[in-house]
Design a binder for this molecule. Structure first.
Ligand code: ATP
Length: 220
């Protein structure tokens, strides 16, 4: 069996702790690092290892074996200088995958200059996601698959009720695929003769343009 990927999360604020908990849920080995003892104590019983350490101290990072970690997440927020220094050290230690939470555009520019490519902005991304969700009365979940394509989860209503997928012919007419239907807590991978029922939860994939057209024309 291939060895399971190992992770480290540096900075255990709300964001870092939430990344840590989710990785643990997926059964990964995760090393938790923070300069603050209380933050370390708060995760000590869930993280695989939890260590109090100033991540701007290169020697300390080397001593805890950061070089052996496959993917390091730098989740230090307010202290931009500490985030940049930590990222630089980890980059120079040749950790193969690095994800850094950026606080603002200057922070991001410096991170790019030192060669960090996976830079995330959780607050902005979540804001965008929530704005999209609340601006559509139908869509309950949206996942961007690329710049132009999304996966949507929405409640069936309007003109599509009691029609089969063949009758709707969304794939040919609009380039939209209904990939799954959730009904009565069961997931159905639909055939062409599946009939859409009121309140079905549909999972669709298509271009953003055609998904918007679908919402405006067929769900009313
Ligand atoms: P969030 O917005 O995710 O809730 P926060 O506002 O609670 O974060 P931040 O200032 O973003 O806190 O810092 C996140 C964590 O990073 C804190 O727990 C802090 O102790 C830790 N941290 C800051 N500097 C260092 C450092 N040099 N080494 C290790 N950990 C650090």
């Amino acid at each position: 069996m291939p060895r399971k990927k190992t992770f480290a999360v540096i900075g255990l604020g709300r964001f870092g702790s939430s990344v840590l908990k989710e990785l643990i849920k997926f059964d990964y080995e995760v090393l938790a690092i923070d300069i603050n003892e209380e933050r370390i104590n708060a995760v000590a019983n869930i993280a695989s290892h939890a260590i109090i350490c100033d991540s701007t101290d290169e020697e300390a990072l080397v001593n805890i074996g950061i070089k052996n970690i496959d993917h390091v997440v730098v989740a230090i927020g307010d202290n931009v200088q500490a985030s940049i220094l930590t990222s630089l050290i980890i980059k120079e230690l040749n950790v193969s995958e690095i994800t850094v939470k950026s606080q603002n555009s200057y922070h991001e520019r410096v991170l790019k200059k030192i060669g960090i490519t996976d830079i995330i902005h959780p607050e902005q991304d979540m804001g965008k996601k929530i704005a999209r969700r609340i601006s559509s009365s139908f869509v309950s979940e949206r996942l961007e698959l690329s710049k132009d394509h999304s996966l949507l989860e929405l409640r069936a209503t309007g003109r599509i009720i009691n029609k089969t997928l063949l009758e709707l012919n969304l794939r040919n007419k609009m380039g939209i695929n209904i990939v799954a239907i959730q009904r009565d807590n069961k997931l159905i991978i639909p055939d062409a003769d599946e009939t859409i029922k009121n309140e079905d939860l549909l999972i669709l994939v298509g271009s953003n343009v055609s998904l918007e057209k679908f919402e405006k024309q067929l769900l009313l």
